[in-house]
Design a protein around this ligand. Structure first.
Ligand SMILES: [Mg+2]
Ligand SMILES: [Zn+2]
Length: 173
């Protein structure tokens, strides 16, 4: 039996670590590296989370790869920024769409299990922070405590703990 000894904070990416693109009152994930803008202060939050002994792991759907609206090279540049500016420990992506997914596309919990296998993560003392119902369902399926950023576009999500801003996760650790 493998000991699950590590704890982690799982971060959704878009709308959590970087800004969404707003167009006609709808919100989209950035499709170009030049549109990828980190949230001010996210680096300090990640730094503090790590100082408290948590792994910092991004779990993110990027279906625009399958949809050919996002180039792998742009996604790679975004990921590089997450590593270089935020100092996250790792990033796990699902680049599938609904039709070709292999169990990793949130609301499925596959990305959590990939991370768990690599780092021996104990879900019961880990936390997920996200901004959509898919994050909520994925975390729930994995058995990870969920904190939902309270946003105008997720007001229909019920029965979930909400926080105002990213830094609020620190009060839960
Ligand atoms: Mg998101
Ligand atoms: Zn997938």
């Amino acid at each position: 039996m493998v000991m699950e000894t590590n704890k982690a904070v799982f971060f959704d990416r878009d709308g959590v670590l970087n800004h969404l693109i707003e167009r006609d009152s709808s919100f989209y994930s950035p499709q170009k590296f030049e549109d990828f803008k980190l949230i001010i202060g996210a680096n300090k939050v990640v730094e503090e989370v790590k100082r408290l002994g948590y792994l910092t792991i991004v779990v993110s759907n990027q279906p625009d790869i399958t949809r050919k609206k996002l180039k792998q090279s742009d996604l790679d540049q975004m990921t590089e920024l997450l590593f270089n500016e935020l100092r996250i420990d790792d990033a796990f992506y699902c680049t599938h769409d609904d039709h070709n997914d292999e169990g990793c596309r949130k609301p499925k919990p596959g990305l959590f299990h990939l991370a768990q296998s690599k780092y021996n993560i104990n879900f019961s003392n880990s936390i997920m922070v996200g901004d959509t119902w898919k994050d909520v369902e994925a975390a729930r399926s994995a058995g990870v405590r969920m904190l939902l950023l309270d946003r105008i576009y997720n007001q229909d999500v019920i029965d979930v703990e909400r926080i105002e801003e990213l830094q609020d996760i620190l009060t839960f650790l």
